[in-house]
Design a protein around this ligand. Structure first.
Ligand code: SAH
Ligand code: SF4
Length: 379
């Protein structure tokens, strides 16, 4: 970029549009001064206000199996971790839990697991059909890569959304993190899910070993170009039974900057304040809600299983009972002056395309947030 870059100029670009140049993304990611980081978070919060409003959406997370056939280097569920007690919930248990959660007022269930072929696609489809008959909840799946035909079967069974983080948009970094997964296949799955009409969630970790700001800029550029309906971003947390045992965890400020940038480049994506962010700092989720996030995902996995879904150690909310979770989440949302959303909180991007606007304003009617006055040069 020629000449000195001014933070206020870049932030004004952010307020006006999400089409940031790579140099601008790198410039924002490399800010270290706390006043500058605050300004980036405030900017994302303005964008969130205008494009998403004050509502925070609550998703009920159910981690139904911790078996996994993959060996991702960062994850405690990797098949090489022989010290983990493995569990599977039965379909009846899952459906029963879904019905209970619906009666508590939850409108989205997120069904997450390791990549576990035990759950045949027909089994998952029957389960989703039953949940759809017995509840009015939106169903999100997060069960890893599957063949396209299986994605289609799941979509036909009524699955509304699919979370499949891209993990690393940089192919070399992706290969280093994943000894037995292929970058092209991951990206192919994301494109396939979109083609099938799912609301698609992508995302990545911050601070994985070997990751640079350039890699993070690749992630933001990928998110800007792919425009996922949902974006999950959280810090990497080192697990002792993985090749990354003893590595440094991802940093809070950098994670928050990434959440802010995801908001800025997507405008209206649904962005969770992740459990991982809440796990590295007590009020991490509240800080994420103030840096662009608009979703929380309280954990409703039955307690006897929850401790074993250890993708990383010292996960938040490992022992809280569900009644407590519900009120705790509401309290956290209200504590940052936000409102609790009613309804399923479907993708605003899909709503734009379909001309439907459940709980969100039409994009062309949205004005840019007010711009910042030009201040002193920061570099
Ligand atoms: N098996 C599925 C979903 C379960 S893992 C899948 O891989 O898509 C859900 C997410 O947890 C992963 O996408 C990854 O980004 C995150 N994760 C795994 N290990 C982690 C760690 N050590 N620290 C932080 N996040 C982690
Ligand atoms: Fe399995 Fe997902 Fe963990 Fe990889 S990230 S080891 S696919 S659970």
């Amino acid at each position: 970029m020629g000449g000195a870059v001014h933070l206020d100029d870049v932030l004004n670009t952010c307020l006006q549009s999400g089409s940031l140049a790579r140099e601008e993304i790198l410039f924002l990611l490399s800010r270290q001064d706390s006043a500058e980081i605050d300004a980036i978070k405030r900017c994302a919060d303005e964008v969130r206000k205008v494009h998403c409003g004050e509502d925070v959406h609550i998703r009920a997370l159910v981690e139904f199996s911790n078996h996994c056939r993959r060996n991702c280097n960062y994850c405690g569920l990797r098949r090489g971790n022989h010290d983990l007690a493995r569990y599977r919930m039965s379909v009846d248990e899952i459906v029963e839990l879904a019905v209970t959660l619906f009666h508590k007022g939850l409108m989205t269930i997120v069904l997450q697991s390791g990549e576990d072929p035990f759950y045949h696609v027909d089994m998952l489809s029957d389960m989703v059909r039953e949940i759809k008959i017995k509840t009015e909840m939106a169903v999100t799946m997060c069960v890893g890569e599957r063949p396209h035909d299986e994605f289609r079967t799941l979509r036909n069974a009524g699955v509304d959304r699919y979370l499949l983080r891209h993990e690393a948009a940089n192919p070399e970094l992706y290969a280093r993190l994943h000894p037995d997964s292929r970058y092209d296949e991951r990206m192919g799955c994301l494109a396939g899910l979109r083609d099938l009409g799912f609301q698609v969630g992508a995302g990545s970790m911050v601070g994985v070993p070997g990751q640079t700001l350039e890699h993070l800029a690749d992630d933001i550029e990928f998110i800007r170009q792919f425009q996922p309906d949902m974006v999950g971003i959280g810090p990497f947390i080192a697990h002792p039974n993985t090749p990354y045992a003893g590595s440094l965890n991802g940093e809070l400020d950098l994670s928050l900057k990434m959440v802010a940038l995801a908001r800025i480049v997507t405008r209206n994506a649904l962005i969770p304040a992740t459990t991982a962010i809440g796990s590295i700092q007590d009020d991490g989720r509240e800080l994420a809600l103030q840096a662009g996030a608009d979703v929380v995902m309280p954990n409703y996995t039955p307690l006897q299983y929850r401790v074993h879904y250890e993708i990383y150690p010292n996960k938040r909310c490992i022992a809280e009972d569900p009644v407590h979770c519900h009120s705790c989440m509401r309290m956290r949302i209200l504590s940052v002056d936000r409102t609790v959303a009613e309804g399923a909180g479907h993708s605003r991007k899909k709503a734009d395309q379909a001309g439907l606007i459940p709980g969100c304003r039409k994009r062309e009617g949205i004005k840019s947030p007010p711009l910042l006055p030009r201040r002193k040069s920061l570099v």
